[in-house]
Ligand binder design. Structure first.
Ligand code: NAP
Length: 285
């Protein structure tokens, strides 16, 4: 039985995954900011006799300080973590900065995944067949990255923020696999395809209409799970892999450029340092 940590497991794909893995006998740690949804998760686990294997860690993952607190909680309770799944995201029509002064999408969709991954690398290494599953949108062109304006201060658009975030997660995967692949940790990037979820976000009227239309043809959440379950149960042999709706895509082309991944890691470490974050990539290499 595995210990599975799901960041953004209170709704959508993360929530469905949490229920499925609890049903299979795993211990499931859900991280989310909504206490009521967390309580509902614990209650539904208790109702099926899995209460002792369900943990809810409340946290606003757009805040670096909260990610640090989550890390302390998880590392204390679970010295070995088999699977770390990233599902948290939140669309914003209007550019918003967190209380720590970071653009929210950048902080939640990318930085949180960066900090939690590095912060749990030792716990993952301690597990038998560890895997990080980053559910985002792999495969976009590197051109979506605004290197001179990663927090989109100029010409912000919610869609562009999510699009860039997906690419930053690809580059995170490249760098992470480079650092920890030989420790046995597998990093799997997954694009679930358009799926009928909560589409967590704050939308203007026009975008809300688009989302509502999208919900009509989106696939049910259960159909997004098989590639994620496969990555957890039988991680690919390679340190880094990527799948779009279950189809494996190339991770050696220019869009997964190692130089760009190193560049992003360096920039990210600078931002974390500036914000007093304790966690980051190992120093000195
Ligand atoms: N659904 C799709 O069509 C689609 C397509 C491509 C990629 N993806 C990717 O798949 C992943 C899962 O998407 P989904 O559609 O299942 O998501 P979703 O239904 O929108 O749920 C997002 C999850 O993130 C949580 N969250 C949002 N802001 C948070 C914060 N500040 N701190 C902590 N948790 C926070 C939400 O919590 P609350 O319940 O509090 O909102 C919820 O549990 C995402 O990474 C997304 O980019 C989805």
């Amino acid at each position: 039985m595995k210990t599975i940590v799901i960041a953004g497991g209170t709704d959508g794909i993360g929530k469905a995954l949490a229920a499925t893995r609890l049903g299979r006998g795993d211990t499931v740690v859900v991280i989310g900011r909504d206490e009521a949804k967390g309580a509902a998760f614990l209650a539904s686990a208790a109702a099926v006799g899995a209460g002792a294997r369900a943990v809810f860690v409340p946290a606003d993952l757009s805040l670096l300080s909260e990610n640090e607190r989550v890390l302390e909680t998880v590392r204390t309770r679970f010295p070995a973590v088999d699977t770390l799944v990233f599902c948290a995201r939140h669309y914003r029509t209007r550019r918003t900065e967190t209380a720590e002064g970071l653009e929210e999408n950048f902080a939640l969709f990318y930085l949180s995944r960066y900090v939690l991954g590095h912060g749990l690398a030792d716990a993952l290494t301690a597990a038998g067949r560890p895997v990080v599953v980053n559910v985002a949108g792999p495969g976009a062109d590197l051109g979506v990255v605004r290197w001179d304006d990663l927090e989109l201060r100029r010409g912000y658009h919610g869609g562009a923020a999510l699009g860039q975030g997906g690419k930053l997660n690809d580059l995170l995967g490249v760098a992470f696999a480079g650092r920890y692949g030989d420790r046995g940790i597998r990093y799997v990037l997954i694009h679930p395809g358009v799926t009928a979820t909560s589409f967590s976000g704050e939308y203007d009227e026009h975008t809300l209409k688009q989302i509502t239309t999208m919900q009509l043809y989106a696939k049910p959440v259960e159909l997004a799970l098989p590639p994620i379950l496969a990555a957890i149960d039988t991680p690919p042999a390679e340190a880094l892999s990527a799948f779009v709706e279950g189809h494996r895509i190339e991770v050696e082309d220019d869009s997964f450029d190692r130089g760009a991944a190193r560049r992003l890691e360096k920039v990210t470490e600078g931002i974390l340092l500036e914000h007093g974050s304790r966690t980051g990539a190992p120093r000195g290499n």
